[in-house]
Design a protein around this ligand. Structure first.
Ligand SMILES: [Zn+2]
Length: 127
């Protein structure tokens, strides 16, 4: 382990105010960044930051220490799905797309855009 990596190796958080700290790419596998959690379809839930990853970066000119915060995947929760209200709004929007402006019925399928009416009305108008 390099000297810098060793400086960031503090799983107990003794040197970092109680925050378990790991060098880049050396955190245990159950600790994930927010981005990694999201990629797994998860969110942190009620847990706070569990640990941090530190690394030196020279990006953007000024060298400095960068941090990424880690969450414990074991406390993570599934990403919130649509709320009842959102589902209702979606349902309404879909119902509107199924409702024929000619006969005012929910015909149970999305109206063909090129007709603008249900198939029955389109047929009747064609006749
Ligand atoms: Zn119709």
């Amino acid at each position: 382990m390099s000297r810098i990596r060793a400086a960031f190796w503090d799983p107990a958080g003794d040197r970092y105010g109680g925050m378990p700290t790991y060098p880049w790419r050396m955190a245990p596998p159950h600790l994930l960044t927010l981005r990694q959690l999201t990629a797994e379809g998860l969110r942190p839930g009620s847990q706070g930051v569990q640990a941090q990853v530190l690394w030196r970066s020279r990006h953007h000119g000024t060298p400095g220490v960068r941090a990424a915060y880690l969450y414990d995947v074991r406390f993570a929760l599934p990403k919130r799905t649509a709320t009842a209200r959102q589902r209702a709004a979606l349902g309404k929007a879909n119902a509107a797309r199924r409702t024929c402006p000619e006969c005012d019925r929910d015909v149970g399928y999305v109206l063909p855009r090129h007709l603008g009416t249900c198939l029955d009305c389109a047929e009747e108008m064609a006749a």
